[in-house]
Design a protein around this ligand. Structure first.
Ligand SMILES: C[S@@+](CC[C@H](N)C(=O)[O-])C[C@H]1O[C@@H](n2cnc3c(N)ncnc32)[C@H](O)[C@@H]1O
Length: 268
């Protein structure tokens, strides 16, 4: 692959490429595949849990667009393009929807063009930035040019905050981002938990860490505290397969799903 001037740091495993490989994608390198094989050997239901998370993302985006009328989406930790991408879900409901994707992985940047295929009425943008540096995201031209900041935005943090092990750090960043958004804005989040399969997830988390990718599993109370200061909406903090399940999600065993989800609203 020609990467232009982007340093892909292919010699070590990256979370985006490990995720891509486990979900059957092609945008990964030998170090990612070796790490993924080791991780899945230690965490056999991880592929099922990842697919359940991705399906949750699509149901959540659909609900925010169709039932909550949200037309602006700030998606941080986007990952590699896959079907369906968030903008395809929400623009399928409201073509005027505007989406800003943010990721800090060089391979996601290389593939970002596939995320930028907006409907004519709406807009999609991409920002190469770090979740740990929310000021850069808030002050970016991409954010100003994509959103009307007097209108609600959905901040979607799907399978990213488990890579930040300190709860206080996650809360500080969420607060900084939500402070910049209008009342009525939504936080939608999914993150790893061991509550549904303690032994398997603890072994799997250790395998992630041993492969150089910090990962933390949070219990329900810790996940709920990430929404501090906001109004947690129905159905509260639940496993991703239990969040307004469709038939496939409803048929998925809880013991095979290791991700919690929740959404909350910033009050007026
Ligand atoms: C497991 S993938 C999730 C992708 C997608 N949100 C989903 O749920 O299908 C996590 C993504 O978060 C990105 N990521 C991890 N840490 C990040 C950070 N500090 N800043 C920005 N992106 C980050 C990774 O590069 C990766 O693309």
């Amino acid at each position: 692959m020609s990467n232009g001037s982007v340093d892909m740091r292919t010699e070590r495993a990256h979370s985006a490429r490990v995720y891509d490989y486990i979900l059957g994608g092609k945008d990964n390198y030998p170090a990612d595949r070796a790490a993924a094989a080791d991780i899945v050997a230690n965490w056999p239901n991880l592929p099922t849990s990842m697919r359940a998370n991705r399906a949750f993302m699509a149901r959540m985006a659909h609900r925010l667009a169709a039932d909550f009328g949200i037309r602006q989406f700030l998606d941080i930790g986007t990952g590699l393009p896959t079907a369906p991408n968030l903008h395809e879900v929400v623009q399928g409901i409201a073509p005027e929807s505007r989406i800003l994707y943010v990721d800090n992985d060089p391979i996601v940047l290389v593939h970002a063009r596939a995320l930028l295929a907006s409907s004519a009425e709406g807009k999609t943008s991409y920002l190469d930035a770090d979740f740990l540096d929310p000021d850069t995201i808030i002050e970016s031209n991409q954010l100003r040019e994509t959103f009307s900041l007097d209108q609600p935005v959905a901040l979607t943090l799907i399978a990213i905050v488990h890579f930040i092990v300190e709860d206080d750090e996650v809360r500080r960043i969420i607060r900084r981002l939500m402070d910049a958004l209008a009342p009525g804005s939504i936080l939608a989040l999914s993150t790893c938990t061991a509550d549904s399969a303690p032994a398997e997830v603890e072994t799997g988390v250790a395998a992630y860490n041993a492969n150089g990718i910090p990962l933390v599993a949070r219990d329900e109370a810790r996940v709920e505290r990430l929404f501090e200061g906001m109004d947690l909406l129905d159905p509260g903090i639940v496993l991703v397969n239990r969040w307004y399940p469709d038939r496939t999600a409803a048929a998925t065993s809880d013991a095979h799903v290791h991700m919690y989800a929740g959404i909350a609203r910033k009050s007026a």
